[in-house]
Design a protein around this ligand. Structure first.
Ligand code: ARG
Length: 404
């Protein structure tokens, strides 16, 4: 692989990446710089810094990327209506390309030969990291120690950590694998590996059980400007704050739980549970607004692109030219997606109950069945005649062919 002298490691501060931090020094004799992204996972990042230094990092980068994450990754995906397999709002998948992009930037700045991550050889995240790195800097090597080394269990990793003086948290490790950022929380492993088993209450952290949610509904008003949420209940706020507030309010109402057996990129099916309270509210609300602002064919065509967009994100192809092209489409059609949506949250459900927009295409005088109806009923007759004409011709030809 050539000599590797300096590596930038995507570091979470957990056991896996701490062991990797040491392993890279031991195995390659490399200098290791760590990088930790703050995507709103709400962890004590000073502790992460301390731990990295104690484990031998030559330099520690910790960056607050919340705003970049929200405006450059989350909101474009929201505008596109990107939801994988109709359920997963892509929280983990949207964070990966941003982390990988920063890894590349730091590696270039520091003159490193490689970047490293702690993903296993079975998941989507390894693909997302590596494809992104190769798209942004094809000369950088990527190391995936978990795929390479012979350690196979958590016990072996703990043993390695003890032997090398890596501080191991005394707390009992939960059986679940969790990834968290502002846009959502992904939970897998443990009992969830049996798709027949209902997710136990203990896996949820952002949402209460709908059973425990308030007995009165909570109403919200969300204002969008060109497809981007800009205000909550009349108060303008930054996207990061808006998402944090919505996570709290919707979480309290038990909104945003998802249980999905999904198709991974590497070919297997895996069961994952998600909590995305804010994402659920915002996707629901924006769809509600689109109902009145998007013209019919545009809206139907958008659904096709939404699905494609979700696949691109899930498949690790964020920096794909098609993704950028779809963004252009979405930006164009959303020039008029401006308005306010009223949403009702109640015991796990989230429903649009009102929408208004200065660009609304809804025309009362055309839609109404009451007095004041301006629709040209007579014109319908000729329209139906021509609309059905191809079918009428076909039927005539078919019956002639049958010798009637
Ligand atoms: N299945 C999701 C994805 O591929 C989440 C992956 C990370 N999940 C986790 N529990 N660590 O985007």
């Amino acid at each position: 692989m050539g000599e590797i002298k300096k590596v930038v490691l995507a570091y979470s501060g957990g056991l896996d990446t701490s062991v990797i931090l040491k392993w890279l020094q031991e195995e390659y004799g490399a200098e290791v710089i760590t990088f930790t992204a703050d995507l709103g996972q709400g962890e004590d990042l000073e502790k992460v810094r301390e731990r990295a230094i104690k484990t031998g990092a030559s330099k520690v980068y910790i960056e607050d990327l919340k705003e970049e994450f929200v405006y450059n990754y989350v909101f474009p995906a929201l505008k596109a209506g990107a939801v994988y397999e109709s359920k997963y709002m892509l929280s983990t998948a949207l964070g990966r390309p941003l982390i990988a992009k920063k890894l590349v930037e730091i590696a270039e700045k520091e003159g490193a030969d490689a970047v490293a991550h702690g993903c296993t050889g079975k998941g989507n995240d390894q693909v997302r990291f590596e494809v992104t790195v190769s798209a942004l800097n094809p000369n950088l090597k990527v190391l995936a120690p978990v795929r390479e080394w012979s350690m196979r269990s958590r016990e072996e990793e703990i043993e390695y950590a003890m032997k090398h003086g890596i501080p191991v948290e005394a707390t009992k490790k939960s059986p679940y694998s969790v990834d968290l950022n502002l846009w959502g929380r992904s939970i897998e492993c443990g009992v969830l590996e049996d798709p027949w088993v209902e997710p136990p209450e203990e896996v949820f952290k952002l949402t209460v059980s709908p059973k425990e949610a308030p007995d009165e509904p909570t109403y919200l008003e969300i204002e969008f400007r060109e497809g981007i949420p800009v205000a909550l209940n009349g108060e303008e706020m930054n996207g990061v704050e808006l998402i944090q507030k919505l996570n709290e309010i919707a979480g309290r109402n038990g909104v945003g739980r998802v249980d999905l057996v999904e198709n991974r990129l590497v070919g297997i099916k895996s069961r994952e549970v998600y909590e995305h309270p804010a994402a659920t509210v915002l996707h629901t609300a924006l769809r509600g607004l689109e109902e009145i602002t998007l013209e019919r064919e545009t809206r139907h065509f958008k659904e096709i692109l939404a699905n494609k967009y979700a696949e691109l994100v899930y498949y690790g192809l964020w920096f794909h030219p098609l993704r950028e092209a779809i963004d252009s489409f979405m930006n164009t059609i959303h020039r008029t997606t401006t308005g306010t949506v009223r949403v009702k949250l109640f015991k796990g459900s989230c429903a649009v109950v009102g929408r208004k927009s200065p660009y609304s295409l809804y025309d009362y005088s055309l839609a109404t069945y009451e007095k004041g109806d301006m629709f040209d009923h007579k014109a319908a007759e000729g329209f139906i005649k021509l609309w059905g004409l191809p079918l009428k011709i076909k039927a005539a030809v078919d019956s002639k062919a049958k010798g009637e």
